[in-house]
Design a protein around this ligand. Sequence first.
Ligand code: NAD
Length: 498
Amino acid sequence: MEQIGHWVNGARVTGSGRTADVYNPATGEVQAQVALASASEVDAAVARAAEAQPAWGATNPQRRARVLMEFVRLLNRDMDKLAEALSREHGKTLPDARGDVQRGLEVVEFCIGAPHLLKGEFTDGAGPGIDMYSMRQPLGVVAGITPFNFPAMIPMWKFAPAIACGNAFILKPSERDPSVPMMLAELMQEAGLPDGILQVVNGDKEAVDALLDNETVQAIGFVGSTPIAEYIYSRGCAAGKRVQCFGGAKNHMIVMPDADMDQAADALVGAGYGAAGERCMAVSVAVPVGEETADRLVEKLVPRIDKLKIAPYTAGDDVDYGPLVTGAAKERVLGLVNAGVEQGAELVVDGRDFQLQGYESGFFVGPHLFDRVTPEMEIYRQEIFGPVLSQVRAGSYEEALGLAMDHDYGNGTAIFTRDGDTARDFAHRINIGMVGINVPIPVPLAYHTFGGWKKSGFGDLNQHGPDSFRFYTRTKTVTARWPSGLKEGGEFHFKAME
Ligand code: NAD
């Protein structure tokens, strides 16, 4: 059985204690075991990173950027290998796995602009003979804790800007799919990154707590579920660290009566069931405005859902979605579906009996569509993180807007309409971080920033884009006055000391 250890000081090292099983979600088999780092293993990785960081921080930003340039080339070279390893552990389709790598790669490309992004500000003549300038300096050793659902993209969103800024980075990836983060670290080394600047410690709560307790770690970036985000944010802040945590989601898509209904249905099927719903930007709630819109939408959705191809990634590029990540995730999703039925939602498409021949032990879940869901129901309040779309009928635009605004989560949302005034009003008033107008999954590109509001985001700066360069640096401002000296001409003899 493959044993996955850690990546420390530029080499794979074996773990020394507890391990966790890593599954192939399509077959349900355990395909590897991953080491779970102890607090002392984490502390040793941090200590080595702290030794390596000053030289890296003193390397000029253009040279640091060149490592990232080479890393981009290597990512493209190894794209298929990375995608295959990712699909094998996560379960998502190969085109989706390539997208996972690609959206991380684009952030690396953005970070190649580090020399420009790190330029400070300068005021010439802030006072008589006085100039004022600011510089952005690295924090030192920083850490990132990442979720299972984007094992390539989110680690890169974290370590690329942190390293471009001159920090050393400790990555604690998800223990459910640790192979790709290890491969990324190997590629960073091949690209020329000095040893110790990117360390990967695999692990669970013990490793996370060790990072929170370690005084050398200056900042922590987290992405995962909201309860853990809240825990890490409050504990990290109390320890005096800079912390940003991105949590769960319940993304609403409002469908106005004037929307192109085919476009809306296509968008909902892709955004609701793609990656088996295991995306923080998945649409999990459709909110048609008016009974007629709701009926038309269901009519359009059902045949599209019936055609979905659910299969392992090995079945070809036309697979729509694969299995959930673990058996526990599958049980949880089916439990919530049952709760929805018990609480009176109408299960229009029931995927509970879904079985895939030859893959009976895999973690596949059929697609579900609920109609007439109401805000008190468990399936509305909780993030399901599975292939389950809930329809909540709204009587008016204001009611639809109010639903999305009143929900605890505020990651993403979308409105489908042909009316520019409604779209503009929605984008302006909604209390949610990322908004799509006739775009179901509005994930901002690398040079903008990504982050939710309310219970979806904790901290005051977003991920990637210019915010990431602010998060991973601190600003120092210098006020300088120089005595006037040589203006009268040079002096040609030694001055005797008075
Ligand atoms: P998770 O919260 O279970 O795990 C995330 C990370 O936290 C992992 O590295 C895990 O090892 C660690 N962790 C788990 N339990 C912990 C504990 N008790 N103490 C300390 N650390 C702990 O999340 P997940 O299941 O891996 O990922 C899915 C979740 O991530 C969903 O809620 C999804 O919405 C969210 N997500 C959010 C974003 C975003 O940008 N807002 C992006 C992707 C995923």
